[in-house]
Write a protein that binds this ligand. Sequence first.
Ligand code: AMP
Ligand code: ZN
Length: 203
Amino acid sequence: MMAAGAKRKGEMGDAPGAKRTPGHWSLGLLSSMDDPELRVDADDKLVIIKDKYPKALHHFLILPKEKIANLKKLKSEHIPLLKHIHKKGIEIAEKADKNLQFRFGYHAVPSMSHLHMHVISQDFNSPFLKTKKHWNSFTTEYFIDSKDILDQLEDEGRVETNTTENEQLLKRKLRCHKCSKMFSTMPALKSHIVLHNVSKKKS
Ligand code: AMP
Ligand code: ZN
């Protein structure tokens, strides 16, 4: 695994218009699906991998085996698949830590190609979580709950996301996801969030 402080491409916001040729970082999830170091489970419909740069104690990605590039490609026929992905998300979260709060969802404007659902524990305790973009991508409406994607697909037969509006969400001021307190720097926010109890059964 790359050191937390190392510079790399591939986490939202690379050169606009960069070509996605084979080997391009944005296609990295495809090779990670077959990487025994990252792959944690699979069945005939999907693969579960560990996020290579986890933004919390437990952070998985669930990818369908069917080639679906992103949310925009979803159709009503994918509803059973998305329900299955959600169910497997709950299972892997329970297995990782049944006492921790998790969220299951999709980034409105993903940086990586191939549809993937994030399964992420709500401690956000990770050295890889460094930037405002990271924070806002998991704690604003940029993170769309899997249940909301399913509702939209069931109601409208497709999923619509507005790229420009969503990209604005990443620039929002830093706000604690638990108590809404505002912070001006990531280190200040990160020392604050450890004070919150994110277990399902709060003491
Ligand atoms: P997004 O496309 O914004 O939904 O997020 C992509 C996620 O993939 C991020 O959480 C990254 O940390 C993670 N990631 C980036 N490259 C890889 C890779 N090669 N293998 C596994 N996870 C990755
Ligand atoms: Zn707080």
